[in-house]
Design a protein around this ligand. Sequence first.
Ligand code: 1PR
Length: 535
Amino acid sequence: SSGDSVVTLLDYGAGNVRSVRNAIRRLGFDIKDVKTPEDILNANRLIFPGVGAFGSAMEVLNKTGMAEALRSYIEKDRPLLGICLGLQLLFESSEENGPVKGLGLIPGTVGRFDSSNGFRVPHIGWNALQITRESGILDDIGNHHVYFVHSYRALPSDDNKEWISSTCNYGDKFIASISRGNIHAVQFHPEKSGDVGLSILKRFLYPKSNLTKKPDQGKASKLAKRVIACLDVRTNDKGDLVVTKGDQYDVREHTKDKEVRNLGKPVDLAGQYYIDGADEVSFLNITGFRNFPLGDLPMLQVLRYASENVFVPLTVGGGIRDFTDSNGRHYSSLEVASQYFRSGADKISIGSDAVYAAEEYIRTGVKTGKSSLEQISRVYGNQAVVVSIDPRRIYVKDPHDVEFKTVRVSSLGPNGEEYAWYQCTVNGGREGRPIGAYELAKAVEELGAGEILLNCIDCDGQGKGFDIDLIKLISDAVSIPVIASSGAGAAEHFSEVFAKTNASAALAAGIFHRKEVPIQLVKEHLLKEGIEVRI
Ligand code: 1PR
């Protein structure tokens, strides 16, 4: 019957579940949205992707009568798949803005990861599972990592052990999935876990195809280092949206016409990098500082199309700030970010506006809560907010010459200088600001950034390797993940940055666009060097 190909989706409107929808459709199912508690009770299969904060989710579920319906659906052992917060809500309570009471079906309290033992919080990235019990849905996991992004987790105990089907290690050993009868929930994101994630969803959607295959315990053992493909996007002089790539941020050809370099179409390239094994794809709308993104609909369109085919996390940056258009209509940065999220972004990345926010915070010592960074992080969680830093190296003879944190450089400056500081810039590197990358990184961490994308103008497009001095400085200064960027020219540059710094991920653009070094080769090289990656 037609009911067999319909899945009911509980989306209470707190965030982006577009990728869950795309994944369900990709697997051949239609979606029926829950509008009333009865829709839950009548579902054949229910997917419950929790988004937002625990407290506000419970408030909505209680107020609408959905909480009651969910409890009774679960007590009847009807097929359920909870995702992320959709797992946490099944527990008794959470410490997130709390304690707050949950649905109370599984014994235990959801608490925050402890970052004091050197583990960066949020837990972002591809991690391995320890399968503790057969669940059906995880049978294809084998050697693979799955994608997590969260700051809170539930811990195994004697009281909840009969629910647990896998755990994951990240400082603590926490619950990665639960299964009992037809009730399943996963802390990770199957819709963002590439092919292996799609196969988990498929096993939930087509339980009859569970030709029981014993889940083999894989070699994957911990959080993998990520390899990210980055697409700098802008309109060229003909008005087409193209992927471009600069040398030290200059994206124009060195010809008479000085055209914007065109390396391909954004949606096509993103789809290709997904197939090639990129762990994440980032889009940077590099003229967003001057062209307002909500006026720049093609970028939203790019995200919509890309998210139909790319089942790993997507980040988008460029132009996230308050804006008043020529008709006097005011747009808040939060509206811009919301549009990006709704169009398929998992994370947004803020450049220039984060520099201004950090400068003000350092000057006044006051968190106003009004900056784009603070507002977006409060509404969508800090795991959804990346700050992109565009620093330029400034050599100095003596560290006392500047008020900013300096490093002792590994190769001397043009006049024999032994030190350098890294000056932050805005507007695509066009304007230097009176703040260093170190000071900025620490300030934005306090203001709510969940991750740092660390570029370097000097190294961009040069293919001579990442700026190890800079990346070491920043990745040791903060406890959020740092993405190393700018300068990759060979697979060896990736192993170097992971061996010498505490970067969590490395990003490249030019070598992937020009097909000089395939992503798969980078991964194989890292594996050979003993660095854990997702294969
Ligand atoms: O300031 O919030 O509107 O954000 C603008 C965003 O656009 C920032 O994230 C900024 O880094 C980016 N951006 C602005 N201008 C440029 C430019 O190139 N002219 N691109 C630009 C940044 C750096 C990386 C690049 C790496 C790796 N490009 O994105 O991909 O350097 O390149 P490589 O592997 O080829 O060396 P806002």
